[in-house]
Design a protein around this ligand. Structure first.
Ligand code: NAG
Ligand code: NAG
Ligand code: NAG
Length: 454
């Protein structure tokens, strides 16, 4: 993606405003749940975009904010947007199944394409405000919301009855409560998380490994209890699940206050640059990892940092019937060719670890599948980019560094990551950026927080 200088001023300001707004939301959100620390990991693209808006020096960020703020305030058109009728109270633009039926898009269901984004042409957009469900209540605040939400805010209780034996969620009067169970961890996500940390020999069975493990991707996350229970260990998990037969899993996660989004491992890359996560997790996520030459596992590989882990809790990892044994054998062979090693295997969970360098890739027999990605493949190009069944090798520089060189959390927040050099940013620019944001967040915080909520 280019630096966006060619775009019109309008577009640029709009983009800047969106970036500023989402980062502000992120900050507020993180501050509200984390006593005094906040985390923002930018992808390379947003970094570039941010860079062009103020590190480039052609305009001052505060000024931009001020201008855009006026624009939105002065925009009378906003007031005339009607409310959608109640049938659309759960409309999610670009993830609207009715649209797919109506427009007869030819999508490959076996590749989960129907769970990926498909945006309507402008004439078919609704341009109306989504109404809340009848009786909507102000959501319960974090941290209580991890364990209970108002039933009336998410009027879908069939998941509760379907999963009642697994302790996902229970309807209790006007609330839905979440005992912290999952398909795989009936006895609670906290014990499960501690057991994973124990398998990796992390001190005090704390999965954050003294700050070295901070970012987690949970695929097929259910109601995101895994991610919810990681927050208290200072680990931030992005949980994803498709809008499938269980429909509103993500709605529950978000109502609880756990970061999550509707997404699927289908045909397009997930919207994160390469080497974004320290741990990927799947417990009974019912993904066929062997399909299409292991393309989905290779997408996880792209997303994992050097030395990153994939924790996999699924019958294939332990069950002894013929079918599961066959899958286990094939998966083991595939990940071995991908140079992953078993870090630990116990009970019903296996944890693989991704290599730190290119050494193992170089030692593979010529012609070994999956192949390495071509050198012109940009592993950080993600928006609408099809997944590829290839391994993303490290650059020479990363290969020599034998790891990410990231500081442990929370020092990571203010320590320039070595990767910045790849995009031509210096430590000084990072420090300047950090100060700008500290200043802004303080300002927002002054505006937003009355004396009683520190
Ligand atoms: C924002 O705009 C207003 C009106 O033009 C101006 O008075 C104010 O000084 C500006 N604030 C900043 C921080 O630039
Ligand atoms: C954890 O410690 C045990 C016993 O010392 C050792 O056998 C095992 O390899 C270690 N596992 C990891 C992932 O470091
Ligand atoms: C897991 O395995 C260990 C030994 O391998 C055993 O002591 C422990 O009881 C098992 N835990 C569960 C929950 O099955």
């Amino acid at each position: 993606m280019s630096r966006g200088r060619g775009d019109g001023d309008q577009t640029k300001r709009f983009v800047t405003w969106i970036v500023v707004l989402s980062i502000l939301c992120g900050c507020v959100y993180l501050y509200s749940r984390n006593s005094g620390t906040s985390a923002l990991e930018y992808g390379s693209k947003s970094l570039r975009k941010l860079g062009s808006s103020y590190l480039g020096g052609d305009d001052d960020g505060d000024e931009t904010t001020n201008k855009s703020g006026e624009e939105v305030q002065g925009d009378v058109i906003l007031k005339s947007i009607p409310v959608c009728d109640d049938r659309h109270s759960e409309l999610i633009p670009c993830l609207d199944r009715n649209l797919i039926y109506q427009t007869r898009l030819k999508l490959d269901l076996s590749l989960m394409e129907h769970y990926e984004r498909h945006c309507p042409v402008p004439e078919r957009r609704f341009n109306c405000l989504i109404p809340p469900p009848p009786g909507y209540k102000v959501p319960i605040k974090w941290p209580k919301s991890r364990d209970e939400v108002w039933k009336v805010n998410i009027p879908h209780t069939h998941l509760a009855s379907e999963k009642s034996d697994q302790n996902w969620m229970v309807v209790k009067g006007d609330k839905i409560s979440f005992p912290g169970g999952g398909t795989h961890f009936h006895y609670g996500a906290d014990k499960y998380i501690a057991s994973i940390a124990n398998m990796l020999n992390f001190s005090n069975n704390n999965l954050n490994n003294e700050g070295r493990l901070r970012t987690v991707l949970d695929v097929g996350c259910g109601v995101a209890s895994f991610g919810g229970y990681l927050l208290s260990s200072d680990i931030i998990a992005m949980s994803l699940a498709p809008n499938d037969v269980h429909q509103n899993q993500i709605q529950f996660a978000l109502e609880r206050g756990i970061p999550a989004y509707l997404g699927v491992l289908g045909t397009k890359r997930l919207p994160y640059p390469s080497r974004s996560f320290e741990l990927a997790h799947c417990s009974r996520c019912r993904i066929d990892w062997l399909q299409r030459d292991g393309i989905l596992l290779l997408e996880l590989d792209r997303l994992l940092r050097p030395g990153g882990y994939f924790a996999y809790s699924s019958p294939e990892a332990y069950a002894q019937d013929e079918e599961d044994l066959r899958i286990w054998k094939e998966m083991s062979a595939l990940v071995e060719r991908m140079c992953w090693k078993i870090a630990a295997k116990r009970n019903q969970t296996v944890i693989w670890v991704k290599p730190l360098t290119n050494d193992c890739y170089k030692e593979r027999e010529p012609g070994t599948r999956p192949p390495l990605c071509k050198s012109d493949d940009d592993p950080d190009a993600v928006w609408g980019v099809p997944m590829k069944a290839c391994i993303t090798p490290y650059s020479n520089q990363q290969h020599k560094a034998k790891g990410t060189g990231l500081a442990p959390w929370p020092a990571r927040l203010i320590t320039p990551p070595p990767r910045l050099a790849d995009f031509g940013y210096s430590a000084e620019m990072f420090d300047k950026d950090t100060k700008v944001w500290q200043h802004r967040v303080e300002n927002y915080w002054n505006l937003l927080s009355p004396k009683d909520s520190v």
